[in-house]
Design a protein around this ligand. Sequence first.
Ligand SMILES: [Zn+2]
Length: 113
Amino acid sequence: MHELALVQGLLESVLEQAKKHQIKKIERVKIVVGDMTSAMPESLQFAFEVLRRDTPAGEAVLEIERRPVKLTCQECHFVFRPEGLKYSCPQCVSGRTSIVEGRELFVEYFEGE
Ligand SMILES: [Zn+2]
């Protein structure tokens, strides 16, 4: 389950930040997860519940915001959301597209005192 490793990395950075700001109890952690990461929200939630034990985030709520995949066409600069696995431009049918959103994986903010 790769979510465990993902959450571990995120949680470590939160704990480090919390320590720096002398936050002793973390109440809420909000993360942004792009669909391209193929991380399942339930698995992220589960991993968080396992990893937060015995940390200042022991009772923290994890909030997950998913970002759908968004592409841009390099030919006509059209921005679109792909349907399924069709990553070609719906406007000019070009296959030269690049991902602008959907690969995110970061902590947007966390709260505590
Ligand atoms: Zn196009």
